[in-house]
Every structure is written in C-alpha cells, then in structure tokens.
Design a protein around this ligand. Structure first.
Ligand code: BDR
Ligand code: CA
Length: 335
C-alpha cells in the first residue's frame, strides 16, 4: 500500500457550518497538511469566523495551526451581517464549543498566504471557501503568487444552476464580486466548485445520525450543527438534508473525490449594479461537443462528480473516532 502524498495547504474560510465540515475533512485527510488558516467575513464576520476556527481546531486536537484574521469588509462596500438564518447567530448552528486557549496570528490572512507561498514554492495548495477578499489582497501584495501556488480550489459561483443569494449569484462570489474578478483573472490553476455540483450532492438525516453517534466530539459537534443547517435546507429541498458546498470543495482539493465533467473555460464575474451582480458567467458553449479546448481559458469548472460524495465525507469525518489526538470528553467539550 502506498502512503498518500500530503500537500501543504492554506485554507481561507468564513466559518460557517459547512466551513466547519470542510475544516474537519481537511484535518482528517492524510492528503492535506494545513499550514495556516485565514478568515474573511461572509457567513459571519471575519472575527467570529476566526473564533469558531480556533475553537474547532482545539476540539480536533490541532490547536498548533495558526489562524490569521482577514478582511472584515469586501473591496467595495461593507460587510452586511452574514447569514444567521442559515448558520445561526454564532455561525456554527448555536452549538457552543469550549473557548480555545490559542490567540490569533500576528499577521493578516493575506500576509499569511504570501508567507506560506514563499515557504512552499510550487507546492502550496489554496482552498478558498468564503468571499475571495483575502486572496485578492494577497495577489496585490505578491503579484508572483500564481507562480508560487500549485493550485487554488474555490467554492463559489453557479454555472448552469440558479444562484443561492440572488436568481443568478452564489453567496461567496456575490459577497465580493470585485475580489472574485481579480482572483479568476490571475494566471494560476483554478478549480471552481459551483452550486451545480454542491447542490446536487446532499447529506441526509441518516448521515447526520451517524455523525451524532460517533464516539468523538468533532463528528458529534458537526452532527449537532447540521441540525440547524438542515432546518434551513428543508425550505429548499423539502426534507431534512443539506447541500455540501465547502466539504465538497475540500475533497476535490485533496483528491478525495474526482470530478467527472469539469471543462476548462472562460469565467467572468458580473460586477455591475444590476440584477446580474455576482453572477459567474461561464462559457459553456462547448457543451454539445464535449467541451473542446478554449484557448486562453484557465478555470476548471466542476459540473459533476465520479461517485457518491456523502458516504466518503461521513467515513472521513468518522475517522476522528479512531484517532486518539483529541481525547476530550464529549460532554465537557460540546455544551
Ligand atoms: C457558500 O456560501 C457560504 O454560505 C457557505 O459557507 C459556502 O461557502 C455557499 O454558497
Ligand atoms: Ca464558506
């Protein structure tokens, strides 16, 4: 049996329930070595997201991973208060975690990304699952960033699917369309994981029950958070279940799942003030000829997966139960 290659990762998030799932997935994955985490305002403020991230890291026995505070406001305008109706007022479904002892890093999220890119030239992977404000800022700080980063995976956008914050726009892109424009225009290997694939791979109540029954506080806390998330998605799917936006992007970034249809196409972001603001305009005109090469295009847009994602996600999260890294009593850690 060959040992999987572990890739150094910078993780940018707006922690958030599905961000918490993605973080736990990365920590459990043998293919990811998370070297630093930056937060950005999105589901919650960057500061609340950082607190949630620190608390989750402690619960998972990874308190040594540095967390840097990122942008509070998007490039244009101001943070508008997040999505408490989706993620709860505290961002993690009103679940209370024991407060982490660790504090924030002495650098911004963008500075952390630039530093890690120089420390791991050509091998650093970036996973961005919130608005792209920090990543755009890092590109301004270090124009060579695309050359230093092996690849960037982004949860965001909607190619052929409807939007989730307006008729056409997905939340991460809509929360900072100007930053998304800068990031998608940079010359690096980009994989975009849009709503097309994250809304068609769902987690069911049976999966949540498996997490709740685990003998480890991390999957148990995630199962509790998902109770809140499922209530929001009941209004969309008509049953207790949820989309899997951020953990799916994490799994694609580490190679835990593979894309089936993922054409490399031109993607532009609508930054007008009209009804299209935040839309990812993906040039999918090659659909009828199995997506022939598009000269100049650089963004791989994942439209479907090989296989079923939910069992893989649950199995990976349940692997915490086999680890001894966080021997914390469930009752003491998860209030
Ligand atoms: C994306 O927006 C956020 O609410 C989620 O965490 C996810 O990253 C889905 O549109
Ligand atoms: Ca997110």
């Amino acid at each position: 049996m060959t040992t999987p290659i572990s890739h150094p990762f910078y993780f940018d998030c707006d922690t958030g329930i599905d961000d918490a799932l993605a973080l736990a997935y990365l920590l459990a994955s043998l293919q990811a070595d998370v070297r630093g985490i930056g937060t950005v305002s999105g589901n919650v403020s960057a500061a609340v997201g950082a607190r949630n991230t620190l608390d989750l890291l402690q619960l998972a026995g990874h308190a040594h991973i540095p967390v840097a505070l990122g942008a509070h406001d998007p490039q244009t305008g101001t943070f508008r208060g997040g999505a408490p109706h989706v993620h709860g007022a505290n961002g993690i479904g009103e679940v209370s975690l024991e407060a982490a002892g660790a504090g924030l890093a002495q650098e911004t999220a963008a500075e952390m990304l630039v530093r890690l890119a120089h420390e791991h030239p050509g091998t650093l992977r970036v996973l961005a699952i919130g608005p792209l404000t920090n990543i755009a800022e890092a590109l301004r700080l270090e124009p060579e960033l695309p050359r230093l980063v092996e690849e960037i995976t982004i949860m965001g956008g909607a190619a052929l699917a409807p939007g989730n914050i307006t008729a056409v726009a997905e939340a991460n892109i809509a929360n900072d369309p100007e930053a998304a424009t800068d990031v998608l225009a940079a010359d690096w290997n980009i994989t975009l994981v849009p709503l097309d694939v994250t809304m068609s791979n769902v987690l069911e109540e049976s999966h949540r029950q498996e997490l709740l029954a685990a003998g480890h506080p991390v999957p148990q806390a995630l199962g509790e958070m998902l109770g809140y998330y499922f209530r929001f998605y009941e209004g969309i799917f008509g049953r207790a279940c949820s989309a899997m936006h951020d953990p799916l992007a994490a799994a694609l970034a580490v190679g835990g799942v593979k894309a089936a249809v993922a054409p490399v196409v031109q993607v532009d972001v609508d930054t007008t003030d009209g009804p299209g603001r935040g839309q990812t305009v993906c040039d999918l005109r090659g659909l009828y000829m199995d997506y022939p090469e598009q000269p100049g295009a650089r963004c791989r847009v994942v439209l479907s997966l090989e296989g079923d994602f939910a069992p893989h996600l649950v199995a990976t999260l349940l692997s915490f139960s086999e680890s001894t890294t966080a021997a914390v009593a469930v009752g003491a850690a998860v209030a």
